[in-house]
Design a protein around this ligand. Structure first.
Ligand code: FES
Length: 173
C-alpha cells in the first residue's frame, strides 16, 4: 500500500454524499455529530479534511468555528489521514495506573514508530497500515487498561492481548 497523503480537494462524489448526509440529518438532535461521523466514515482515509469541514459549514449553515470545536473535542474525529487499521490506547488515570504507558511503548516498538510522547496523538506507519492513537478516557475505566482496535474495545489488556491482536491484523515490521 502506498503511503497516504492529505487530500486537497473534495470529489464530486464526496460533495454529493455530504449533501445527502446533511439533508438526512436536517432538524435532528445532534445533527452535526451525525453528519461529521458519516462524512468521516465515507472518506477513504477516515478523516475530516479542511475542505470537508468548510463544505459542511457552508451547506449546513453552521459556523466553521463550531464545526472545528466539535471535530477537535471528540476523540472519534480525525483531522489527519488514518491507516488501514486503528489501534487506540487509553492514557487516562485508571489505565495509566494499570500499565497503559508500557502497552503504548510496546505497541510503538512493534510497529517501529518513535516512542515519543511529544508526537501528535495520532501517528500512522509509513506504509499506511496502522494508525496508533491515544485518548484521555474511553469511559470504561473498570476495564483498565483499555485498548480499541478498529472500533472493538478490549479491556484488561496485557502484552499478550496486544501481540495477539497485532498478529490478527497481520502486522509486519
Ligand atoms: S481511564 Fe481508561 S477508560 Fe477511563
Amino acid at each position: 500500500m502506498a503511503a497516504i497523503t492529505a487530500q486537497s480537494t473534495m470529489s464530486q462524489e464526496e460533495q454529493t454524499f455530504a449533501d445527502r448526509t446533511i439533508v438526512a440529518h436536517s432538524g435532528m438532535p445532534g445533527a452535526l455529530l451525525g453528519i461529521l461521523q458519516q462524512v468521516q466514515e465515507h472518506n477513504s482515509h477516515k478523516y475530516l479534511t479542511a475542505e470537508i469541514l468548510e463544505y459542511v459549514a457552508e451547506k449546513a449553515d453552521i459556523p466553521l468555528a463550531r464545526i472545528y470545536s466539535v471535530a477537535t473535542f471528540f476523540a472519534q474525529f480525525n483531522l489527519d489521514p488514518q491507516g488501514e487499521h486503528s489501534i487506540c490506547i487509553c492514557r487516562g488515570t485508571a489505565c495509566h495506573t494499570h500499565g497503559s504507558r508500557s502497552l503504548l511503548q510496546r505497541l510503538r516498538h512493534e510497529l517501529a514508530l518513535p516512542d515519543d510522547d511529544t508526537e501528535p496523538s495520532s501517528i500512522t506507519t509509513p506504509d499506511g497500515r496502522f494508525t496508533v492513537r491515544v485518548v484521555a478516557c474511553f469511559g470504561q475505566c473498570a476495564l483498565a487498561p483499555v485498548m480499541e482496535v478498529d472500533h472493538a474495545i478490549f479491556g484488561h489488556v496485557n502484552e499478550q492481548t496486544l501481540e495477539r491482536e497485532l498478529q490478527h491484523l497481520g502486522r509486519k515490521k
